[in-house]
Design a protein around this ligand. Structure first.
Ligand code: HEM
Ligand code: HEM
Ligand SMILES: *[C@@H]1O[C@H](CO)[C@@H](O)[C@H](O)[C@H]1NC(C)=O
Ligand SMILES: *[C@@H]1O[C@H](CO)[C@@H](O)[C@H](O)[C@H]1NC(C)=O
Ligand SMILES: *[C@@H]1O[C@H](CO)[C@@H](O)[C@H](O)[C@H]1NC(C)=O
Ligand SMILES: *[C@@H]1O[C@H](CO)[C@@H](O)[C@H](O)[C@H]1NC(C)=O
Ligand SMILES: *[C@@H]1O[C@H](CO)[C@@H](O)[C@H](O)[C@H]1NC(C)=O
Length: 393
């Protein structure tokens, strides 16, 4: 079981996506951006970003004008929106002055300026375009287009960053992709980690990215997911299967107890390490948190700790309380499993909306489930044949 866990961890790390953000942009997008930006500008930087977007820019430090081409695949068939903006307040959503391209159901596009505020985030204010109003920066251009070859939607814009408000060597850039619209009002974007990691701070003078959170933590998030899946999600249920089917019936094994304790103890230790890593990751993400995932994770840790302590404090088998202890131990055990399955699928939804992990873990659960089902079936056969043979014999 440990070998299997290590194997799973190693393959997970090998298969984990490389740092996409460190890569420069695709040739197709570079070409597209060159044709879209004014002929006199030379693209200073072109990179791939989260949410499958690409971003090319050029900054004139005399005129303080930033030329931008921002490309994305709007996967959703009908409607969609893509936003690109700058934020003098920090690398975050609230305070962003953005241009947002909206794709209508009839296939037409619109591009407008928006003030994205804390009121937008709390949904107290709808995000309505206002091209006339002063959004604090001057967007001189806002065009949206579709390139059928690349299947990209592109926003081309230019924005003047006044020296008073923007330090060009620390410019906060924010982007976002969403699916639903109402008129030309973009509605809430998805809430996966990639939709929250769509900010960065760039030095426009040296083209360097100063802070880009995904870089440092994306691998650890994958480690967090795998360690939790192995510890809580694989070892714990395996230990339950062992204690349920190998103790007395249908396949009694003398060492069932040792296997059970080994599974549960190692599952608890590995799982707790994964939980601690999750806590650390959550602390390191300043702008957002995942409250349900966090709370369920805490409950899992508390209940599992109680379960481990109770195992040391359990009454002697001859004790009259032992039956109640067993009932409670089993009930808490199955409750923990339910919480674990729930939180794993929730974590996968946060990390990988593309469902690759989801199917991998459904595979793990399917294997364990069929094993349990086979034992169950075998148990019933054995029970029925034993009964009938004892009747005849
Ligand atoms: C359309 C209306 C929008 C609504 C209702 C909305 C709402 C939200 C909510 C509820 C969060 C999660 C915060 C958390 O869980 O802690 C969030 C995060 C975020 N949103 Fe939006 N959002 C909208 C539009 C936008 C736009 C247009 C952008 C980009 C310009 C954007 C960029 C971000 C970013 C970068 C985050 C990560 C957390 C942060 O930096 O504040 N959002 N949004
Ligand atoms: C039962 C198992 C799990 C437990 C107990 C657990 C626990 C936690 C905790 C406590 C946090 C911090 C939440 C916050 O402060 O907002 C967290 C964050 C997170 N977890 Fe899990 N988790 C589990 C499984 C998973 C799985 C299977 C995945 C993905 C495959 C996953 C992905 C994430 C991600 C992406 C974050 C956000 C990290 C960040 O903010 O940078 N988790 N987890
Ligand atoms: C840029 O140059 C191309 C060909 O060199 C020309 O067709 C196009 O009109 C120019 N665009 C602008 C905005 O000057
Ligand atoms: C930058 O802007 C200044 C002032 O508008 C202009 O004279 C100059 O030609 C621009 N430089 C480039 C490389 O476009
Ligand atoms: C497409 O739909 C939008 C919004 O519903 C509308 O404003 C626009 O006029 C429509 N355009 C065409 C060509 O039908
Ligand atoms: C947008 O925000 C800026 C700065 O907070 C403010 O001055 C401006 O009035 C806002 N514009 C609109 C249309 O709300
Ligand atoms: C702009 O940011 C750079 C780099 O952090 C810093 O050295 C510089 O002092 C800042 N300039 C202003 C005017 O705040």
């Amino acid at each position: 079981m440990m070998k299997f866990a290590l194997l799973l961890l190693a393959t997970g790390l090998l298969l984990s996506p490389p740092f996409a953000s460190a890569h420069s942009c695709s040739q197709g997008f570079q070409k597209l951006a060159e044709t879209k930006l004014p002929n006199s500008t030379r693209i200073q930087s072109c990179r791939r970003k989260t949410l499958g977007t690409e971003f090319a820019w050029s900054f004139n430090s005399t005129s303080r004008r930033l030329h931008v081409a921002f490309g994305a695949r709007l996967r959703h068939e009908d409607t969609g929106w893509m936003a690109w903006g700058v934020n003098p307040d920090g690398p975050q959503m609230a305070g962003t002055r953005a241009v947002i391209g909206v794709k209508h159901k009839n296939g037409t596009f619109e591009c407008h300026k928006y003030n994205v505020t804390a009121m937008t985030k709390s949904r107290r204010c709808p995000l309505v375009p206002d091209d006339e109003a002063d959004v604090g920066v001057e967007f001189s251009r806002c065009e949206m287009d579709y390139d059928p070859g690349l299947e990209y939607h592109v926003i081309v814009t230019a924005v003047v960053l006044p020296e008073k408000k923007f330090n060009s060597s620390e410019t906060n850039v924010v982007w976002q992709i969403g699916e639903e619209i109402r008129g030309n009002e973009p509605l809430m974007h998805p809430k996966s980690i990639n939709n929250f990691d769509s900010t960065e701070t760039i030095d426009l003078d040296s083209t360097q990215i100063i802070s880009y959170t995904r870089h440092q933590r994306s691998r650890l998030r994958i480690v967090h997911g795998i360690v939790n899946i192995v510890g809580w999600g694989t070892l714990l249920p395996s230990g339950v299967i062992v204690s349920r089917y190998m103790r007395i019936f249908p396949v009694p094994r003398k060492n069932w107890y040792d296997i059970h304790v080994t599974c549960q103890t190692s599952g608890y230790i590995i799982g707790s390490a994964g939980w601690a890593l999750g806590l650390w990751l959550g602390k390191a993400s300043h702008n957002y948190k995942f409250n349900i995932h966090n709370t369920v994770g805490l409950l899992i840790f508390i209940f599992a700790t109680i379960q481990m302590l109770a195992w040391r404090l359990r009454p002697h088998p001859s004790d009259g309380y032992r039956m109640y202890w067993n009932m409670y131990h089993h009930f808490l055990g199955y409750s923990i499993l339910a919480l674990v399955f729930f939180n794993i699928f929730l974590g996968i939804k946060i990390l990988e909306p593309e469902h690759v992990w989801k199917w991998a873990y459904i595979g793990v659960l399917g294997t364990l489930g069929s094993l349990a089902l086979a034992f169950e079936f075998f148990g019933w056969i054995k029970f029925l044949t034993q009964n009938s043979s004892s009747k005849h014999g």
